[in-house]
Write a protein that binds this ligand. Sequence first.
Ligand code: NAP
Length: 329
Amino acid sequence: MHAIIQTGYGAPSRVLRLEEVDQPALDDDRVLVRVRASSVNSSDWRQVRAHPYIIRLTLGLRRPRDGHIGGDYAGVVEAVGAKVSNLAVGDEVFGARTGAYADYVAARMAVAKPANLSFEQAAALPVAATTALQAVRDKGAVRAGQRLLVNGAGGGVGHFAVQIAKAFGAEVTATTSTDKIGLVGSLGADHVIDYTREDFTRGTQRYEVIIDCAGNASLGATCRALSDGGRLIVVGAYRRPLTRLALGWLRRRLLRQPILFFLAQIRLEDLQTLKEMAEAGRLRPIIDRTFTLADVPAAIGYAERQTVAGKIVLTVPGQLAGGGPPNAP
Ligand SMILES: NC(=O)c1ccc[n+]([C@@H]2O[C@H](COP(=O)([O-])OP(=O)(O)OC[C@H]3O[C@@H](n4cnc5c(N)ncnc54)[C@H](OP(=O)(O)O)[C@@H]3O)[C@@H](O)[C@H]2O)c1
């Protein structure tokens, strides 16, 4: 089969190759999925660039120990492990699995694809929408009627966070860059602020929950926009994420400020929740651009600009699939 393999760190066009590799082995608790679409997450370009540098400690110092890349997939089950009873050959599924930039993945995290979404739309969900769900529901503990602000609402995580917060009944203010004002308004935000022109931290409005995907204001200023008892959920920052993490930790410990960081965990039950929200018309992935598997270097190059409106999706065309029949369970 074909897969994108990362051979080092640096420019995507230099370190990413489309190669012929063995199909993944099918363990008893996995399903073999013929990938029809995948999507690009921030973690992908960070892995390619080894940015921040310290992630080499986990990935490999000079080159990644495991060259597979990609996390999100949607596709069709081609073989089922002996212990899997809830999925069958031919089922359309979506989920997350390292190495998803490939013709096939052997996945534990697989849930029936939302019936009303295409493979491309479903592939946009797993990592980014799970992050948004866990930020809004688990870390933000958002309740109906609360005022919530999503800072940086136009990107992968942000555009899902707006929709999920609305589904939980929050009054949502969304900040975004000028070009995405219309898009973010179309997601259902009650108020939209152009962060290039207006600084929400200087306004009089206070929020019970702030979900920060942009990180363009100081943590102190952002906390001042919280109401009493409010909380700031830091999802990420478009630059210097580690500095922000360290400063946030210090502020939380020394100043007792309500700053929460978290790393999203992919769980089957959350994928199921996303499926149900999509089928109920409460979650709609926005796709900025679509690339093919062979164009992953260009897709990663586009993603690292951090100006994407919603998500970048990869299609995995049928004619690329090869390597004979899938491994038997
Ligand atoms: N904690 C976790 O588990 C987790 C999971 C996934 C991602 N993340 C992190 O969350 C962040 C967003 O991820 P993503 O996948 O949504 O990335 P993305 O689609 O590339 O979105 C980029 C984000 O950065 C903002 N941004 C870009 N340029 C900016 C500028 N000049 N000033 C202020 N904001 C700017 C964008 O705001 P607009 O689009 O509104 O302009 C958008 O929110 C990244 O830092 C990523 O590493 C964390």
